[in-house]
Design a protein around this ligand. Sequence first.
Ligand code: NAX
Ligand code: K
Length: 510
Amino acid sequence: MKNNKIFKTSDLQKLDKYTIENEPVTSLDLMERAATVFTEKLLIFFPNSHIFNILAGSGNNGGDGYVVARLLHQKGLNVKAFGLHENDCLSPDCAVNRKRFIDMGGCYIEVKNPDNLQPDENSVLVDAIFGAGLNRPVTGFLGDIIHRINCLSHPVVAIDMPSGLMGEDNGENNGAIIKADYTFTFQFPKLAFMFPENVVYVGHWEVLDIRLHPIILREYPAAYYYLTEEVVASRLLIPGKFSHKGTLGNTLLIVGSYSMMGAAMLAAKGAIRSGTGLLSVHVPRKLKEMIHLSVPEALVEVDRNEFCFSGVDNLSRIQAVGIGSGIGTSPVTAEGIRQLLSVWRGKIVLDADALNLLAADSGLLELLPKGAVLTPHPKEFERLAGKSVNDFDRLNKLSTFASLHQVYVVLKGAHTIIATPEGECYFNMTGNPGMAKGGAGDVLTGIIAALLASGHSSLDAAIIGVYAHGWAGDLVAEEQGMRGTRAGDIADKLGWVWKKMETYNMAKQR
Ligand SMILES: NC(=O)C1=CN([C@@H]2O[C@H](COP(=O)(O)OP(=O)(O)OC[C@H]3O[C@@H](n4cnc5c(N)ncnc54)[C@H](O)[C@@H]3O)[C@@H](O)[C@H]2O)[C@@H](O)CC1
Ligand SMILES: [K+]
């Protein structure tokens, strides 16, 4: 897999050191490289700004800040660097770059009292107080400075990380944290950026490639990954020339109930657009006509029960099962799931009410086949695994749950997380708030079920399904706006996404 790892910030020094020794490059040149790409990005985002105030700390993040100050000054822009040094104990590279900035005639103001920090009107503030080296909450003088900055209305752009934010766990971080509008971070996104509770600090973030050594990036271990088009597309299976509907998999969707018919249609639409050779939709009798009309390609299998799912009879030709969307939580349906899970040991994705039934009866949870895919939203996950005190805690619970039950858990959210039984987590990067609507999850269940049936492993089906679903949602939002996005539109846009991924894959094979 390409370098899409999310390393721990505490590992950064080792990656840095390896690069310095093996590229080789001096640490000063690496700092220059990082600050240069940061400056380029800054000027893309603020092309019409002429006044920049740099807030520089004493470590290498501050060093980056002084390089940015020098580069902006060299471009003839109006730059002021505020030295926020509690003592004169600067990192060697920070000291060199402060001197270079001052020696070239840059405007440098040493701040010894938070009240003396008076940024220029209309200036863009560059936060270079702390980066990945933060190892305790920020209090005292620098804490006061951060509080003061957070009260200003100036745009704030953080170098690498908003100062005061820990790279991973902020559960016990009661110190001051910069509320940045933008964070341009080096080499890889930090784990803390993935959590909803930190968006107020990180703002819009982008990763800047500072070309740390490819060997160390490939070989140094990480438990967390983020998904990119390249990584996802290369996992997608392309049908062979002699494939036919019998070899591309038969998906069985067990979905819908009399009061939730739409969920069945949406799941079926997601599946029919995602490459299954055959699709069977198992519904209560009352839904039969509706499925025939809305997804004519599907075979409809009718339940014994008129209103809800009560059990299946024949699974002999099925490659994967998708169950849960709109099935309700009646005792009849709970028994139906028990019957299914006691005979089905193959690929399966469980969503919505299927998860609620598992949460209500741990006996059902134990019947899950190894490698099952579960797609809860945070509330459903809470029912399964208990309350979490914060997002980092929820991530740990997710990993523990996936290992304990030997399943893949897809926790839906802005950065949907796929947790594996081996303890790895993949963060999705596609999707938008327009998708946070009823029915979007049903479409995802259909997609994952079809990918499972057409030959993908549980991990690949979850990764590809989540990424494609989000990408399709992004395309819909581009056309209809986030407000205008409907779940059904996401299914309709999937074809375009698959085309892109197939084209990418075939180009690579050539
Ligand atoms: N490998 C990379 O990715 C590179 C990193 N660079 C920069 O280097 C930064 C990391 O630099 P440093 O390791 O010097 O760390 P920082 O500049 O983030 O912090 C400086 C020092 O402050 C001290 N400190 C930590 N928490 C504190 C607190 N709450 N109150 C007071 N002091 C505290 C620590 O001793 C820490 O080393 C990155 O964020 C990035 O900006 C770049 O210059 C070049 C390449
Ligand atoms: K910073």
